[in-house]
Design a binder for this molecule. Structure first.
Ligand SMILES: Nc1ncnc2c1ncn2[C@@H]1O[C@H](COP(=O)(O)OP(=O)(O)OP(=O)(O)O)[C@@H](O)[C@H]1O
Ligand SMILES: [Mg+2]
Length: 265
C-alpha cells in the first residue's frame, strides 16, 4: 500500500520516509518495496506476525542495517546517502551521526549503564554527545525522571530497580537527547506482567504531553489503540493496511488483519 502510514493529517513535510525500500537477508526478502511516511507529532504503530520485518524497519532507521534498494529519509535528509557536489553518494560517518541524533530508541532489553546511578544514566549522552553542560543536562534529566515517575529513585543504581523502573529510565534516557522521533520496539515484552501497565502508562503520558513523533512496534493492542494516530498492519515485508486505530481494530478491511487480530486477542 504505497504512501500508507501517514497518520492521515499531514502536518508539514514528513519526518520519516521509506521509498521503495527492499531489504534481503540472503534468499529471504524481509522488506519488499516498502513505502510509508510518518509525519511530525504523529504516533504510528506497527503490528503484525513474528518475522514479518517490524524490527528490521527500526534497525534500518538506527543504521544498524542497510537497505538493498530504495531510500530512507529522516527530516528531509537521506539516512544512508549524502549530497556532495550535487550528487548522492554513500553517507560518511559524520553525516550518519548527525541524522542519527534525530532518532531515539528504546529496546526490549533496557541496556542501562550498570555502574551509573539513574541521574547519570540520563545525563551521560547529553553531556558527551550533545555537549550540554552538566547543570543543563541535570536539569533536563530531573524533569524527565519526574515524567517517568522515578524522582525518588534518582540516586539508585539500575540493579536496585525493578525491570519496569529500569525501562522507564531507558525511556527518560532516550528522551534526554531530544530526538525528533522515538522508536519503541516491544518495550514491555521482557517485563513481568504486573510491571507492563506502569511502563505503558508512562508512554501514554509521553505521547500525550510531548510533541515527540513515535514509531512503535507493539503486541499490546489496547496500548496501540490508545496512543496511535495510525496503525500499520504488516505481513511478509509489506503493509497490508494502514488506518486510524478505530478503523483498523473496529472494522479491518483485510482478512489477513482480521485473522491476526483474532490470534492476538
Ligand atoms: N541479521 C539478520 N540476518 C539474517 N536474517 C535476519 C536478520 N535479522 C532479521 N532476520 C530475519 O528477517 C525476518 C524479519 O525479522 P524481524 O526481526 O524484522 O521480524 P519482526 O517482525 O520484528 O518479528 P518479531 O515480532 O518476532 O520481533 C525474520 O525472518 C528474521 O529471521
Ligand atoms: Mg521484532
Amino acid at each position: 500500500m504505497p504512501g500508507a502510514g501517514d497518520g492521515r493529517r499531514e502536518d508539514g513535510p514528513e519526518l520519516i520516509r521509506f521509498q521503495d525500500v527492499t531489504k534481503r537477508f540472503g534468499e529471504l526478502t524481509v522488506l519488499d518495496d516498502l513505502c510509508f511516511s510518518v509525519y511530525p507529532r504523529k504516533h504510528v504503530t506497527l503490528i503484525g506476525p513474528s518475522g514479518s520485518g517490524k524490527t528490521t524497519i527500526l534497525r534500518l532507521l538506527m543504521t544498524l542495517v542497510k537497505p538493498d534498494e530504495g531510500t530512507i529519509t529522516v527530516d528531509g535528509e537521506h539516512l544512508t546517502h549524502e549530497e556532495r557536489h550535487g550528487k548522492l553518494v554513500p553517507a560518511g560517518e559524520k553525516h550518519v551521526r548527525e541524522v542519527r541524533k534525530k532518532i531515539g530508541m528504546v529496546f526490549q532489553q533496557f541496556n542501562l549503564f550498570p555502574n551509573m546511578k539513574v541521574l547519570r544514566n540520563v545525563t551521560e549522552a547529553p553531556v558527551h554527545v550533545l555537549g550540554l553542560s552538566k547543570d543543563e543536562a541535570e536539569a533536563r534529566a530531573r524533569d524527565l525522571i519526574e515524567l517517568v515517575g522515578l524522582t525518588e529513585h534518582i540516586d539508585k543504581y539500575p540493579t536496585q530497580l525493578s525491570g519496569g523502573q529500569q525501562q522507564r529510565v531507558a525511556i527518560a534516557r532516550a528522551l534526554a537527547m531530544r530526538p525528533k522521533v522515538l522508536l519503541l520496539d516491544e518495550v514491555t515484552s521482557a517485563l513481568d506482567p504486573e510491571l507492563v501497565a506502569g511502563v505503558l502508562d508512562v508512554l501514554r503520558d509521553v505521547a500525550h504531553s510531548t510533541e515527540i513523533t513515535m514509531l512503535c512496534v507493539t503486541h499490546e493492542m489496547s496500548f496501540a489503540r490508545d496512543i496511535s494516530d495510525c496503525v500499520m498492519m504488516f505481513d511478509k515485508g509489506r503493509i497490508v493496511e494502514a488506518a486510524p486505530p478505530e478503523q483498523l481494530f473496529g472494522d479491518p478491511r483485510h482478512q489477513r488483519t482480521r485473522d491476526f487480530l483474532r490470534s492476538v486477542q
